[in-house]
Each structure stands twice: as structure tokens, then as C-alpha cells.
Design a protein around this ligand. Structure first.
Ligand SMILES: Nc1nc2c(ncn2[C@@H]2O[C@H](COP(=O)(O)OP(=O)(O)O)[C@@H](OP(=O)(O)OP(=O)(O)O)[C@H]2O)c(=O)[nH]1
Length: 312
């Protein structure tokens, strides 16, 4: 991920003493920091992927700590020095409390970042949406929802895996770590690495990956990052599908929604409709195009560009 950083702060301090100054939120920011190449042209070839798959690491096994109870029994025995136990919860803190604390942490960490869309949406909307995709499709494991909320903090802010482990427990920290790209690699290398490692991630990390891609794809279709043309949108869809096809069995309800999106998502550029995933989704029929056009004609100011029922 590469959020736009409005005012990067060195907020590496531990909870709860991180920077709480949000005044910069209202400030304008420069254009997106990174512009990668056209991925369609630069996607790894099948032989490159074969080569990569030969040197895959052994599968990671996720051995979670015992489930957390509603009463918040995570405290005590972990020996953590911050008042939270090995599960990152204090005695008496319920699931709702821990989720709110997680949201508060992520919101502060991402407070100076924006998405790359034309509206420069606050970055925190993305992790919230990712967690919501999981929750609304039946994921109830609070650790997975917490990891979804935190999934970009290590990659994109001054947060460490150790900090997350101390505050939220080792299970959450491990999932976040699995979802963190190596930022020393180029954008293209990271994409290859995501493909290479996807099969070896824990089920929990694969679930977060599915929801992460779901939100990125959905937001690309609705409002692509500034400067993205059809080819780049299609390249992102093609790559994302390769990743989510591998992760799909970890959470079939979301895998089905993704498949539906791949088959039905169109993007409209200069009045022309293009399938976002050209291999899975055919061109709009004349009848469908007329339906969309008539809806667009009847749009009032402030209405959504893409009427949901047709596209998703
Ligand atoms: N769709 C969309 N994406 C945005 C937006 N703002 C930031 N991003 C991030 O940008 C990345 C997609 O742009 P790319 O060009 O492919 O990635 P790169 O800049 O990091 O190389 C996504 O992360 P990724 O590293 O490619 O994937 P992942 O880490 O989420 O798996 C996504 O999280 C936005 O407004 N819309």
C-alpha cells in the first residue's frame, strides 16, 4: 500500500502517548507519492511465477492463543509489562472495548494519511471498511477484526509488530505481520511477493487479504486513484484475482463476492465502459449499456455514479 502522507510524523512511541494532534487533517496535500508502471505490461510471466514458486518458504502455521472470552480473561498470565496480558487485553475489557481501542490506535496512526482517490478520502476509512467486510460476511474472531483494522499500520506508519503484540496480543501481531509487505522491495516486486507467499499465509491472514483486496477493488471501480487509466485498473484486477483465488477457501462468502465483482465490474472512462477484469467479464451488452446510460442521465447531484444493482 502507499497512502498519501500529508504530514508524516515519527509516531513510533508506545500507546497511549502517540501524537494526538489532528490539526493537519484539513490541510491540502501533494499529489500521490508513487506512480508505478503499467502493471498489465509488467506483470510476472507464467514462467517467472513458476520459477518463484520453486523457492517458496514452508507454510506458516498460525497457532492462536486460547479464545478470548467476553469477560476479557486475556490479562494476567502473559507477563506483559504494559498492564495488558499476552492477548493484549486488560482484565474486564470486553470485545467491544478492545475493538474500540484498536480503532483509536489505528486512527491516530493513519491520521495524516489520505487515500489516492480524487476525494482524498481519509486513509482510516480503508482499514475500517476491511474489518467491516469481514464482520458483515460472518467473521466473528475479534483478533481477525483487530488485525484488519491494524493491517496497514506496520507497512505504512511508524508502528512495529512488537508494539502491536504488546498492546493487542501476539495473535493479532502475527496476522498483521503476515499482511505487511516488505517496503524495501519495489511496487512490482511486492506484487510478485504477494502472489508467491499467498498460499502459505495463515487462514486468518488470508481472510484479511481477501477483505483488503475487496475494498481496494471496489474503490478502484467507484473512484480510481488519480491518474489511473483503464490498463492500470485492469492490471490491478488481474493481479488481485490471482491473489484472492489462492486465499478464497479461507473465507468463501467473501470469495463469492469477489468473484461477482470480477465478473460484473465496469469502469467508465470518457463515456466508454470497460470491464475491470477483461478475462472474466465480457463487454456490456447494448441493453445493459442503455440501462446504465439511462440511470446516469437521471442521476441527481450527489448521487452515486455507479448504480449498485447492475454492477455488484
Ligand atoms: N484502490 C485504491 N487503492 C489505494 C488508494 N489509496 C491507496 N491505495 C493503495 O494503493 C495500492 C494500489 O496501488 P498500486 O500502485 O498497485 O500500489 P503501489 O502504489 O503501492 O505500488 C493498494 O495497496 P497494494 O499494496 O497494491 O495492495 P494491498 O497492500 O492492499 O494488498 C492500496 O491499498 C485508493 O484510493 N484506492
Amino acid at each position: 500500500m502507499s497512502p498519501i502522507k500529508l504530514n508524516p510524523s515519527s509516531s513510533s512511541s508506545s500507546f497511549p502517548s502517540y501524537n494526538t494532534n489532528n490539526n493537519h487533517l484539513a490541510q491540502p496535500h501533494p499529489s500521490p507519492l508513487r506512480h508505478t508502471n503499467n502493471l498489465l505490461l509488467n506483470s510476472p510471466t507464467p514462467s517467472e511465477m513458476m520459477e518463484l514458486s520453486v523457492s517458496t518458504p514452508p507454510p506458516k502455521t498460525f497457532t492462536p492463543s486460547p479464545p478470548m472470552s467476553r469477560e476479557g480473561s486475556g490479562g494476567g498470565g502473559g507477563g506483559a509489562s504494559n498492564g495488558f496480558g499476552s492477548l493484549g487485553r486488560s482484565t474486564g475489557e470486553g470485545e467491544l472495548g478492545v475493538l474500540l481501542r484498536t480503532l483509536d490506535f489505528a486512527a491516530r496512526k493513519h491520521s495524516c494519511q489520505r487515500r489516492k482517490d480524487v476525494d482524498q478520502t481519509p486513509y482510516i476509512n480503508h482499514p475500517i471498511a476491511v474489518a467491516n467486510f469481514l464482520s458483515s460476511t460472518g467473521v466473528t474472531d475479534v483478533r481477525v477484526l483487530q488485525a484488519a483494522i491494524l493491517h496497514d499500520t506496520v507497512e505504512d506508519t511508524h508502528t512495529t509488530v512488537e508494539e502491536i503484540a504488546q498492546l493487542f496480543g501476539t495473535d493479532v501481531a502475527r496476522i498483521v505481520e503476515e499482511c505487511t509487505d516488505n517496503t524495501e522491495l519495489s511496487g512490482q516486486q511486492r506484487k510478485i511477493e504477494q502472489l508467491r507467499t499467498a498460499p502459505y499465509k495463515s487462514k486468518e491472514a488470508q481472510q484479511v487479504k481477501l477483505a483488503d483486496k475487496m475494498h481496494n477493488l471496489e474503490s478502484i471501480r467507484r473512484s480510481p486513484p488519480v491518474g489511473w487509466g483503464v490498463k492500470r485498473i485492469q492490471a490491478y484486477f488481474i493481479w488481485a484475482k490471482q491473489v484472492t483465488d489462492v486465499c478464497g477457501p479461507a473465507h468463501p462468502p467473501l470469495a463469492r463476492q469477489l468473484q461477482n465483482l470480477y465478473e460484473t465490474a465496469y469502469t467508465r472512462v470518457n463515456g466508454v465502459y470497460y470491464p475491470c477484469h477483461p478475462e472474466v467479464c465480457g463487454p456490456l451488452t447494448e441493453e445493459e449499456q442503455e440501462l446504465v446510460d439511462s440511470r446516469l442521465r437521471s442521476l441527481k447531484e450527489g448521487d452515486q455514479m455507479c448504480p449498485e444493482p447492475l454492477f455488484f
